[in-house]
Design a protein around this ligand. Structure first.
Ligand SMILES: [Zn+2]
Length: 117
């Protein structure tokens, strides 16, 4: 990964974390994972796109979270990440370029778009 890409990614992830702490303020647990999957990737109310931020900094879409629910649950229940299925937080993707699901590579557009450099 080029340095620029890495720095952009970090910017996006930092933004997501800040937003999520304000917007959701929830601790990741079984219910939070289930709620995220049930949401289909959209926050209610508001309909904002939501992604699942994993502990390794990757992003998962709701479809992949549903498909891999057992793996995510198993790893997330332990406080410390054991593999790449450890979930950190569901995050609303308010603005900036699309994020890509680490599993299926689906583009997840932000609510307000922007950052077309
Ligand atoms: Zn996916």
């Amino acid at each position: 990964m080029r340095l620029q890409e890495f720095s952009d990614r970090l910017k996006i992830l930092t933004g997501l974390l800040l937003v999520s702490k304000i917007a959701t303020g929830i601790e990741m647990n079984t219910k939070a994972i289930k709620d995220f999957i049930r949401s289909g990737g959209y926050a209610w109310p508001g309909g904002y796109p939501v992604v699942l931020l994993m502990s390794d900094g990757e992003i998962l879409c709701a479809d992949c979270a549903r498909e891999n629910f057992r793996l995510i649950l198993k790893d997330t229940k332990h406080g410390t990440p054991r593999d790449c299925w450890h979930a950190q937080l569901p995050c609303i993707h308010y603005e900036g370029g699309p994020l890509y699901c680490a599993h299926c590579n689906k583009a997840i557009e932000s609510a307000y778009g922007g950052d077309d450099e």
